[in-house]
Ligand binder design. Sequence first.
Ligand code: ATP
Ligand code: MG
Length: 562
Amino acid sequence: MDMQPSKAANFIEQIIREDLESGRVKSVVTRFPPEPNGYLHIGHGKSICLNFGLAEQFGGQCNLRFDDTNPEKEETEYVESIMHDVQWLGFQWDNLRFASDYFHQFYEWALELIDSGKAYVDSQSADEIRETRGTLTSPGSPSPWRDRPVEENRDLFEKMKRGEFEEGACVLRAKIAMDHPNLNMRDPVLYRILHRGHFRTGDEWCIYPMYDFAHGYEDAIEGITHSICTLEFEDHRPLYEWLLDNVSVPSKPRQFEFARLNLTYTVMSKRLLMTLVREGIVSGWDDPRMPTLSGFRRRGYTPSAIRRFCAEIGVSKANSLVDLEFLHFIIREELNAASPRAMAVLDPLKVVIENYPEGQVEMVEAENNPEDPSAGVRQVPFSREIFIEREDFMENPPKKFFRLSPGREVRLKHAYFITCTEVVRNEAGEITELRCVYDPESGGGQAPDGRRVKGTLHWVSCEHSVEAEVRLYDRLFTLRDMSEMEEGKEYRDYLNPSSLVVLKHSRIEPSLAAAKPLERFQFLRQGYFCADRDSTAERPVFNRTVTLKDSWAKLVRKDQTD
Ligand code: ATP
Ligand code: MG
């Protein structure tokens, strides 16, 4: 067990260290408690890294617990995706638990509260309960049913359980104080009637506990020592403690709150992400533009980069907005070290090398990763007709354009120097082809006379390359901080129309056609890409994970020089 303070221990680590040293806690037990009502996003990723990470660091345990107390929105599909995502991130739970397994125990504890006069059945409507709750500045008013005798409460609650009432006819409420300064303590609702089947317990129950009632009890049953949640639950902590203090729980967990993760140009609300999926604005939960873990996976982000991102942003009590570029920076760093290089021409323009023998094919040697010599080399076919990137040619180039233009000589990566001699157009005046000559002495990209060229272009052989679909992604929304939408506007008004650009006729070097789904590459000069999960040898599809351009490093450098 590591008891030494690390360089930058976060405040929860410090609390745990103190708890272990003082003996308040023998061994750390944490949990990650998702509600299975959607797919996990990177905010959940932060919570996973924190909870599983702390258990790992202190030699304790971490449970994956499905907080499935609301039958209305929960489904097995979400349970499965969540388990997959947690494992993909690199974590393994000590115990897999479902809150619904505790429904009988919850019911017993509800009876215990009733018997000790600490809970009552309220027959007011939901509206009446809301209206009598008071405000931050005025107290609430007691329900006319607040002083029901214990026997009557017990009888009514048992009838609720047996299904003798309609939904909304009554609820079970804690009896705390209607003038409590904390609104959460004004006789909160503990149980409600819902005549709905549950994806795990079926029709067994028609009363379901509220989140606040259930959560602390779930923690107590599992012997959780540090129940870590996000800041919006800070005001719920007194209720969490009240509920634990007033029934015979087997252990007394404690709750600690940290700030949620928010990222620029995206949203972290499950409800809104669900809307994007349902309305077809994205292709699904794993659309590579989504901030979901499944979207990140499909986009080509690596689990280790996500873990590192979560570690670097740290854990604090202050809400903040993390720059999406910072995530990209970390992804890029990792991919740079590990990705094999390949050549792909996204928007092809044909080049005919007139002095190269017709029908001749030669294999040129290309390094697989300049960052890692052990990655070796591969052979890439070169021939008389090749494709280059359309944007690598300009007929009338401005001063600082060093790529191909009429009369200009450039290097073809791993191959020869070529010089453009003629521009061929169609009837519409569009450039359809370039004619070039090559220097046969410049093999391997070096001229024997030592002359230099300023531009080096990637290319593929026309005949040998394979057509592929390439999908380029950009931020989903145009607003940096989506919590600052203007009044009267909604998320739809901020969708980025070019968040997805699909190129259907890109050309990739032949070796890439064998890429397996999710395999990652750096396409020279174009960025990091991974084969999409739908990619096949007949129809390769690549997603751009992130561009090469490192605007984050520039931002940081700028900060330092400002
Ligand atoms: P909701 O409860 O509205 O469905 P949620 O995002 O809170 O949405 P949960 O399934 O309850 O979803 O979340 C599981 C855990 O992940 C909780 O402990 C929650 O605090 C944490 N979590 C959720 N969103 C974030 C976030 N943006 N940053 C950090 N932790 C988060
Ligand atoms: Mg929640």
